[in-house]
Design a protein. Structure first.
Length: 303
């Protein structure tokens, strides 16, 4: 297979000053993309700022012969999101790829989580996704081309302890991706979600001595493909952790059809309702969901 390159493409990567985002930015730039390296450079909790990380990554890219520009705006506000996207347009005249990767963590048990910690995490991950997708999406639609990659997490898919804010934000991102995939389908815009795992500063304080190799470099090629024009999927979730790449999906059991239901019917049919042996893996198109239900009605009617 020929190298999948990004010559002529302009990519915005949020949170690209460190960790996974840095790796994505380096990969895209090494394959010809002009990259907006966005990062205000704050602490893991989102406090403070430092222009260093974004500028360091830009320097790394340019010293390797690539093209990049820094943006130190915060994705946590609408103005910041607009500024990040405008940096791409101002410097390079277009935006082809948007990777929303920026993240902070403020763990606390549900009994103790403050609204301040709740809002701060939602502002960066979830509202942050809207703050960059909202200005980028119309530009991509006008150009008839776009690739958007949003970032979820195992905590968003399955939950975890002490991450009510993070888990909610990371699950909500999947909702946005589904809508972008639907509204972008006829416009040449595809949107997918990466569910990454890597030993970055987010693993600070966790004993990772027994973990397998989990470099951010193992995740970057997956984001690279999702960001490439040959990416053939939209509205999907790809997991990339420690060298394993897999698809996660929302499924339904085939279910049980009855023309009317009682509470006792639910109890009596529970095993069949929950039987996940042959799940429906639904495409994002809601009409397909309705088609599945029609089929189930028809099968029930035939006995
Ligand atoms: P990281 O802390 O190394 O990098 C995150 C970057 O985002 C930092 O450089 C930070 O300055 C930047 N950032 C924070 N607030 C920002 C803001 N308001 N605007 C723009 N940039 C901002 O963490 P990472 O592990 O590389 O995480 C990257 C993404 O991957 C996050 O969304 C995270 O939730 C997600 N994720 C990571 C893991 C993992 O195992 N590392 C697992 C699941 C999901």
């Amino acid at each position: 297979m020929p190298d999948l390159r990004f010559d002529g493409r302009v990519a915005v990567v949020t949170g690209a000053g460190r960790g996974l985002g840095r790796e994505y930015a380096l990969l895209l730039a090494s394959r010809g993309a002009k990259v907006v390296v966005n990062d205000p450079g704050g602490a893991l909790t989102g406090e403070g700022s430092d222009d260093g990380p974004a500028h360091d990554v830009v320097r790394e890219i340019t010293e390797a012969g690539g093209e990049a520009v820094a943006s130190t705006a915060s994705v946590a506000t609408a103005d910041g999101g607009r500024e990040i996207v405008e940096t791409a347009v101002k410097h390079y005249g277009r935006i082809d790829v948007l990777v929303h990767n920026a993240g902070i963590v403020r763990p606390a048990s549900l009994k103790e989580m403050t609204y301040e910690d709740f809002d701060a995490v939602l502002d960066v991950h979830l509202r942050g996704a809207f703050h960059v997708v909202r200005p980028a999406f119309p530009l991509m639609c006008d150009a008839g081309y776009g690739r958007i990659v949003l970032t979820s997490s195992i905590g968003g898919l399955y939950g975890n302890h002490r991450v009510a804010n993070y888990g909610m934000a990371k699950a909500g991102i999947i909702g946005l991706s589904n809508v972008v995939a639907l509204e972008g389908a006829a416009e040449g815009v595809r949107c997918n979600v990466i569910v990454p795992g890597a030993l970055t500063r987010m693993a600070e304080g966790i004993d990772t001595s027994a973990y397998p190799p989990m470099g951010a470099d193992l995740v970057a090629p997956v984001v690279g493909w999702l960001a490439h024009e040959t990416c053939s999927i939209t509205g999907e979730l790809l997991v990339s952790i420690a060298g394993r790449v897999a698809r996660a999906f929302v499924g339904e059991t085939p279910g049980v059809y009855l023309p009317s239901w009682t509470v006792e019917d639910v109890a009596g049919n529970l095993a069949a309702i929950r039987d996940a042996a042959e799940p429906w893996v639904l495409p994002v198109v809601p009409s397909a969901h309705i088609d599945h239900i029609r089929t189930s009605f028809a099968m029930a009617a035939q006995g």
